[in-house]
Write a protein that binds this ligand. Structure first.
Ligand SMILES: [Zn+2]
Length: 217
């Protein structure tokens, strides 16, 4: 059984299963054996002109190695207006629904925004919050609207806030990831299993099942 590393910006070794992030602004040259998410990151919104990126994205969704749209989302640290970010995010959400693709979400101070948007889209394919660091109360709200969560290297800082959120996430909505960090995915699993007080193999199997549920239907 492979270890799920849901979201990474680097190619994954053979013993890991997950999505390598690819920006729609760059030429897509898939490597053999790798799976991808493709999308328009809110940091890149100024780089696009017109709607050709959206047509390109829709085309790439037909590629057998493209499993999800992302990362995309809303980042309130940016100067780009939130309305504009929302508009381009929703364009991607519509494609996700049309092609039954999950989404990998980038969210900075925007959990409330995404929650509002998701409320109107109860039947959307899974929305997976990557780099998740919300507090327990936010987590409970997001859980109610069926978000999924990918927790990364931040967990290793052993901060009470994220530890409590981890405990509040139903196991079937949980993932782990390395994102852009150089941390081993193994160390994140080991740490999480200790926090949750469950055997490491049980946690690995659970997350593997979660991956299959969403990506191998
Ligand atoms: Zn990322």
């Amino acid at each position: 059984m492979k270890l799920v590393n849901l979201h990474s910006h680097f190619s994954l070794p053979e013993n890991q299963l997950g999505l390598v992030n690819h920006s729609i602004l760059l030429p897509f040259r898939p490597q053999k054996g790798q799976l991808y998410s493709v999308g328009l990151h809110p940091w890149d919104l100024d780089a696009i002109k017109g709607t050709s990126w959206l047509l390109q994205l829709e085309q790439l969704l037909q590629h057998p190695q493209v499993m999800a749209i992302g990362e995309c989302g809303i980042d309130r640290h940016l100067e780009t207006a939130v309305d504009q970010q929302t508009e381009l995010f929703l364009a991607q959400a519509e494609l996700a629904e049309k092609h039954s693709k999950p989404m990998i979400l980038h969210a900075v101070r925007s959990y409330a925004d995404l929650l509002q948007l998701k409320k109107q889209r109860a039947d959307a394919p899974p929305w997976i919050l990557h780099g998740y660091q919300g507090n327990k109360q936010t987590t409970e709200q997001l859980v109610r609207y069926n978000f999924h969560f990918a927790i990364g290297a931040a967990l290793l800082k052993n901060q009470e806030k994220l530890n409590r959120s981890l405990a509040a996430i139903p196991r079937r909505q949980l993932f782990f990831e390395t994102d852009e960090s150089s941390v081993n995915i193994e160390s994140i699993y080991i740490f999480a299993a200790k926090l949750l007080n469950i055997p490491l193999p049980t946690l690995c199997k659970q997350v593997f099942n979660n991956y299959q549920q969403i990506f191998e239907r």
